[in-house]
Design a protein around this ligand. Structure first.
Ligand SMILES: Nc1nc2c(c(=O)[nH]1)N[C@H]1C(S)=C(S)[C@@H](COP(=O)(O)OP(=O)(O)OC[C@H]3O[C@@H](n4cnc5c(=O)[nH]c(N)nc54)[C@H](O)[C@@H]3O)O[C@H]1N2
Ligand SMILES: Nc1nc2c(c(=O)[nH]1)N[C@H]1C(S)=C(S)[C@@H](COP(=O)(O)OP(=O)(O)OC[C@H]3O[C@@H](n4cnc5c(=O)[nH]c(N)nc54)[C@H](O)[C@@H]3O)O[C@H]1N2
Ligand SMILES: [Mo]
Length: 759
């Protein structure tokens, strides 16, 4: 199945190009704030400007040039809309009524303007003052029999300053319960890389992409989700680097890209070919591919010693011999059946890999949301190690993060399993005793709420009710809380699935000016390449009643835990003081306030990138696990006689996670609807399904819980047999809470065994 790039049946122009410009213009106009937003866009990702809330891709060195993409335009236009959800709106619409609205209509209603309270008695939110809102939270927290009955969720858009204050608040309160979006996202990357390399972060910088001989893109759709990465890949491809995509769908952006920022390409309408090679494995087949590459390399090594980097392995690596045995014990038959690729494909991948001196592997959700994600990423690292592709220029491991500051949130302490050194540093700096027991991750939090053992749920951003798995049970869980609190910019599902009482606390967005007592503030974020830089909002706030996330967290903390341990008010008045605290507590942040003023900020040291290994063995460690015994469809066969499909739940081109901007998925040729399931022609024939037939989709699992969603339209699509794809969050009711990745608890959103039935 290996081939040079094939044209997608769905969309023939290159990704980007005039289509992207047209779509950007449409979203700017719909924001009803076009002129203001164009001005704002010119400041996106520029020194002194704001960090685009679109994604976590690194900034290129484009001082003086624009550095944003269609994704960023949508994110900014969506935040900087002129529409408002005021107290009047809540007078007009009851909670029960709003529950009937779809996600698109909810968020499209505009920016939240005022704190709102649902007191559990009427069916409506009513305006409340900020002080009274903080009092409600403090009362509820103080009534808990244990601080561990509180859950503090974070979505990765919060700034370093807000996230640091939030974790400090939780720990002064006495809990490590910090479920966060990364539990559903790149958790597996952190866990795998920590055990193999002693770092949870990527080892490359933007400069490495300029030097790599080959870049392998695993399980990622940058054309939609990280469009600025396409600019980087385009540049690499133009200078002759080989780009290889491994993805079960033939994503348009990975095939051809016409850079809207290149006038020449735009006028001549000639895009750049991105991937020279494109392989389409079955869902969950990547570990088997990588194992195949390792097996082939080890076989070739017998004839040609230069195939492996023997000096690097001898000097820097641990456990090679055991790994070698483990690879030898894996049969080709198993590798081929599990990967869904042929032996020739795998040999071809090995040819490319072995012929290049400097190689980068990037990956995202197609790798991290499977049952065996941690071992798959360990195998990615194993293959990199075999040829010394860690810790040299132009080579390395690059987990491409999602939310624009999800990496920074972890760095500053949003972690339900915090490192002991970090807690020790907090104890020392603030003179209190941090809780030491591990807290709850996202899925465990839902179980705990369901069991009635967590009663106050606070969310710093995000849309927990919609983003999490097993929707029916998640709703039940949230409803059992005494209080749910959402710190948000826009109305979403999580405001409507309430505890006995609920609060909506409206906050400033990234694009807005943040004024505190000491003057206008900047915040800081960290991108996927560990660059920390500042971000300064440019727009006037959507309402004068909004507060910054940092100020909301500080006021909540002051009301709930007082100021005997931390002087919340001073920190809130001047974020420079928060950064000064961070620089004392966390390594790598010395002179934080000074260094963010220079250029594009500073790079956080990555020991693995310098070939220093903070692993147990103090070496880069080969992981010797075997391929999974069975993939999900094989496990599911025991529970049903019906034909089984493995379903991946993914993003369309017109959404940002649970924020649905529109109903089109341009690059996949789907327009005007989201309730679709992409199925292979043979699978359709087997079940006598025609294009456009309506089906219900049911999870196949061993428990007695029925998980069904209905009224989905079948779309015939080029996808490996036995695999299917449909959009998130509509499909979240299908993901069992119990179906999580080994060692990291991430819901297996990219491999759910389902059956489909015509309705
Ligand atoms: N516009 C926009 N930008 C975003 C987001 C958004 O929703 N919209 N979300 C942000 C966030 S939080 C994140 S985490 C990232 C997500 O970025 P992505 O990881 O690109 O997101 P998904 O849409 O989930 O796409 C998964 C890709 O992996 C492929 N895939 C699925 N399973 C497998 C597999 O088993 N093997 C292989 N090889 N491929 C597989 C799918 O076909 C798809 O191309 O994007 C961030 N940026
Ligand atoms: N089935 C399935 N489920 C998934 C995934 C999948 O691929 N498939 N992906 C998972 C992944 S990778 C992730 S990261 C999670 C995402 O989970 P979350 O991060 O919880 O969800 P989002 O949809 O990004 O959150 C959107 C909301 O954030 C609020 N918001 C936007 N900007 C700001 C801001 O600046 N500040 C504040 N306070 N609020 C703001 C708005 O109110 C908006 O409604 O979902 C996960 N769930
Ligand atoms: Mo994510």
């Amino acid at each position: 199945m290996s081939k040079p790039t094939k044209t997608s049946p769905a969309y023939s122009p290159p990704a980007g190009g005039w289509g992207a410009l047209k779509s950007s213009a449409k979203h700017l106009i719909q924001s009803e704030n076009a002129a203001k937003n164009v001005k704002a866009l010119l400041r996106a990702n520029q020194p002194g400007g704001f960090d685009c809330p679109g994604c976590a891709w690194g900034d290129s060195d484009t001082a003086g040039k624009v550095d944003f993409c269609e994704n960023g335009v949508k994110a900014i236009a969506w935040e900087a809309t002129s529409k408002r959800v005021s107290p009047e709106f809540f007078k007009q619409h009851s909670i029960t009524e709003l529950q009937q609205w779809d996600d698109h209509s909810l968020e499209k209603s505009g920016r939240l303007t005022q704190p709102m309270f649902f007191d559990g008695k009427s069916d409506r939110y009513q305006a409340i003052s900020w002080d009274d809102a903080f009092k409600v939270i403090a009362d509820q927290l103080q009534q808990l029999p244990s601080p561990d009955q509180a859950l503090l969720y974070t979505s990765g858009r919060a700034s370093n300053e807000a996230a640091y204050m939030y974790q400090l608040f939780g720990r002064v309160l006495g809990t490590n319960n910090f479920p966060d979006c990364s539990n559903m996202c790149h958790e597996a990357s952190g866990i795998a890389m920590t055990s193999s390399l002693g770092t949870s972060k990527g080892t490359v910088t933007m400069a490495d992409f300029d030097q790599a001989d080959a870049i392998f893109v695993f399980g990622q759709n940058p054309g939609t989700n990280h469009p600025r990465m396409l600019g980087t890949l385009r540049k690499a491809s133009k200078r002759g680097a080989t780009i290889v995509s491994i993805n079960n769908l033939q994503e348009r952006g990975l095939q051809q890209f016409l850079d809207p920022q290149s006038p020449k390409e735009m006028i001549l309408f000639t895009g750049t070919n991105i991937s020279q090679y494109y392989f389409t494995p079955r869902l969950g087949g990547d570990m088997a591919i990588l194992r195949g590459v390792a097996k082939s390399l080890l076989e070739r090594f017998k004839q040609d010693e230069t195939v492996l980097d023997g000096v690097f392995i001898a000097e820097h690596c641990h456990n090679f011999a055991t790994y070698q045995q483990s690879v030898e014990a894996t049969s080709w038959e198993r590798i081929i059946s599990q990967s869904g690729l042929s032996r020739q494909d795998i040999e071809q991948i090995t040819d490319i890999y072995a012929s290049k001196k400097k190689v980068i592997f990037t990956w995202a959700m197609g790798i991290t949301q499977h049952k065996h994600s941690v071992t798959t990423i360990q195998e990615l690292i194993n293959v990199l190690l075999l040829r010394g592709n860690i810790g040299k220029p132009g080579a390395g491991a690059c987990p491409v993060r999602g939310h624009s500051n999800v990496q920074g949130n972890r760095t500053v302490g949003i972690n339900e399993q915090p490192p002991m050194e970090f807690l020790d540093a907090l104890d020392q700096h603030y003179a209190f005793k941090t809780p030491r027991e591990h807290g709850l991750n996202t899925v465990d939090s839902i179980h705990t709420m369901l069991a009635g053992k967590a009663k106050v749920f606070i969310a710093l951003g995000g849309n927990f009710a919609a983003a999490t798995p097993d929707t029916t049970r998640t709703y039940q869980a949230l409803k059992q809380c005494n209080l749910t609190v959402q710190i948000s910019t826009k109305l979403n599902r999580s405001h409507l699935i309430t505890g006995k009482q609920a609060l909506i606390l409206p906050c400033l967005g990234r694009t807005e000016i943040d004024r505190q007592e000491s003057g206008e503030q900047c915040i800081t974020v960290e991108d996927s390449m560990s660059m920390v830089h500042s971000s300064t909002g440019q727009n006037e706030p959507a309402s004068e009643n909004l507060r910054s996330e940092t100020a909301i967290v500080a006021s909540m903390a002051l009301a709930a835990v007082g100021d005997s341990v931390v002087d919340w008010t001073s920190l809130m008045n001047d974020y420079g003081l928060i950064r000064a605290d961070i620089s004392k507590v966390l390594p790598g942040f010395h002179d934080y306030n000074q260094r963010i003023k220079v250029g594009r900020g500073f790079h956080l040291d990555n020991k693995a990138a310098q070939r220093q290994w903070k692993t147990r063995a103090e070496k880069a460690t080969f992981s010797d696990t075997q391929l999974p015994e069975k993939l999900v469809h094989e496990v599911a066969e025991a529970f049903t006689d019906k034909p089984i499909l493995t379903l991946q739940t993914l993003r369309s081109h017109d959404q940002y996670n649970t924020s649905i901007y529109g109903m089109d998925d341009r690059y996949r040729g789907i327009y005007g609807e989201r309730r679709v399931i992409l199925v292979n022609a043979d699978d359709m024939a087997k079940q006598q399904l025609k294009n456009g037939d309506k089906v219900k989709i049911t999870t196949v699992s061993s428990d007695n819980i029925v998980r069904t969603i209905t009224d989905f339209k079948v779309v015939q699509y080029i996808i490996p047999a036995g695999c299917a794809a449909a959009y998130y969050p509509e499909t979240n009711p299908l993901v069992p809470l119990e179906s999580t990745a080994d060692y990291c608890g991430t819901p297996t959103s990219k491999s759910i065994a389902v059956s489909i039935e015509k309705i």
